[in-house]
Design a protein around this ligand. Structure first.
Ligand SMILES: [Zn+2]
Length: 307
């Protein structure tokens, strides 16, 4: 087994000392294709230290909270889960027992985290890798459906529902510094749309992000700070929709054809990322799969509309 990775501070991502970006690399030696990276944030306001996303395991949070020893003095600790996907909330159980903290999330995050699917997912990873032995699924303690505002004193953190990737997905807007924490609501090189029911919400979420006019956008995956990632994600969806509409005027694809949906609309993963040269082999495999899904969902969404 490789040396256990720990989250590290990525200074270039934030231009404000109160916002700290931590990155966790997951790169199991036995399975290099699983390699991925995910970011979480710590926002230090005058009243609160707010941890947004808890990464992969309680040890990740122990490392970050150790770095926050001084900041936590005189401030209350709050934790936020952007959604119930494993790479964003499996560190939650660090915040139990004598380290108990309020964990904020969307209402539906609780349902997802308590689902059989979540339990099976954890079991699978615990069987496969040694990193997750100390993970238990800990649900959020305070939830909301539309929005919830943290009044931190000098900074305000507006949490709002931002579905599309998943129905429980939320984003965070910090108006004083025009910073959008998009989490998985936008992603480089392309967004991961949850399913057919996620198409319209994803469009709405991306448009809402743009309407905020952020100066800086941070995504959980993708190492970007630029608002253009949101525009690119929107453009990408519209491109698929346009090509799909053109196809559907002459042909209604079968289920088996939809397994190669990108070929059907002549829009390969290479077409999508033609200008981006910094894509690793593991990313290429993962995002090719995600792109196929996105195209199939959009085609099915348009076919449902025709019915
Ligand atoms: Zn994610």
């Amino acid at each position: 087994m490789s040396m256990v990775e720990r989250p590290f501070l990525v200074p270039g991502m934030s231009n404000d000392a109160r916002i700290r970006v931590y990155r966790r690399v997951f790169a199991p030696e036995e399975d290099q294709q699983e390699k991925m990276e995910v970011d979480s944030y710590v926002v230090v306001t005058t009243r609160y230290v707010v941890v947004l996303d808890t990464l992969l395991c309680p040890e990740d949070m122990a490392a970050i909270m150790n770095e926050m020893r001084k900041e936590i003095i005189g401030r209350e600790l709050l934790v936020v889960n952007s959604h119930a996907d494993w790479d964003h909330c499996w560190g939650n159980n660090y915040f139990t027992g004598n380290r108990k903290a309020t964990i904020l999330a969307h209402d539906y995050c609780v349902t997802r985290m308590q689902s059989d699917e979540a339990k099976a997912g954890l079991q699978e990873y615990q069987n496969k890798y040694s990193y997750f032995q100390n993970v238990t699924l800990i649900s959020p303690t305070i939830t909301f459906s539309d929005r919830l505002t943290i009044h931190g004193g000098d900074l305000t953190i507006e949490l709002f529902s931002a579905p599309g990737h998943h129905p429980d997905h939320i984003a965070a807007w910090i108006p004083e510094i025009h910073l959008l924490l998009a989490f998985d609501g936008a992603e480089k090189p392309l967004p991961l749309i949850g399913d057919v029911d996620g198409i319209q919400p994803m469009y709405n979420t991306l448009q809402r992000f743009i309407a905020l006019h952020p100066q800086r956008v941070l995504c959980a995956h993708g190492k970007t700070t630029d608002i253009t990632i949101v525009m690119q994600n929107l453009h990408y969806m519209r491109e698929i929709e346009q090509r799909s509409r053109a196809l559907l005027t002459t042909h209604r694809p079968t289920d088996s054809e939809l397994e190669h949906a990108a070929t059907l609309i002549h829009y390969s993963f290479n077409d999508v990322v033609e200008t981006q040269s910094d894509i690793t082999d593991a990313d290429r495999e993962f995002y090719t799969w995600a792109h196929e899904n996105n195209v199939a969902y959009i085609l099915r969404w348009l076919m449902h509309k025709q019915d």
